[in-house]
Design a protein around this ligand. Sequence first.
Ligand code: MN
Length: 295
Amino acid sequence: MNRIERIAARPADLGNGMRVHRALPTRARRMVGAWCFLDHAGPVSFAPGQGMNVGAHPHTCLQTFTWLIEGEVLHRDSLGNEQVIRPGQVNLMTAGHGVVHTEESLPDSRRLHAAQLWIALPSGVAHGPAAFEHYPELPRWAESGCAFTLLAGSYREFSAPTRIHSPLLGIDIHSPGGGAVELSLAPGFEYGALVLEGEIVLGGERFGIDEFAGIADPGAPLALEMNAGSRILWLGGAPFGEPIVMWWNFVAFSRQEIVAAQRAWEANDPRFGSVAGYRGERLVAPRPPWGESGA
Ligand code: MN
């Protein structure tokens, strides 16, 4: 009942000096529901002329889910979308069979604080058409000193508009002055929390910034105490029933599919298209480590 695993998010480098903390996947926990990747970027301040700049790169069989807390980031993709995301908003890109995108801080944006997640797509829709949606407004409510923003799924009487393809939950919980709430857990879901700011006590255990709390065997409502200024990302979902393979920016259901995606990207295959208007580099896909045959 509510056994809590403590997992330290590990530092990772996105290139261009952009450091993040990666909470999913780790050896201790690969996924929470279909949430299969979680990077926490910042909070950081940039010098003039600096900022995040992630060059053109492809994705397959997943959705990229960006939650912006501070800063302004321009998204461009091979579908022709150009969208600035601002604090309190979500960008959701469905890669399907293949899509390419770029992400860069706006020139005057000096701060960045964001979470970027991937959602694995079930095999029935994984190779479908690509899509992009921007969500400027999300359900918000406050309870006992904690401000909730519902990013994905449903919680109590609230439902998020974000288009997802498996049972999932994502909530940002922020407490400017400190607070305490009980989190309701849905039967059959698994859960995890990443601390984005400050310090919290979850189920009686203290967690600091970039510590991930994985909830094994969820049961009774879980007590969450938030210190002043703390913020967490609360994730849940039905266990993803299909084994996936992840390599670089690709999700697939076999190594052969990963090899095919890597080759298509390397060969500039129209499967992925290109991003109009972006002047930076096209990222190089590393060869998968398991050889040409995919065996
Ligand atoms: Mn990406």
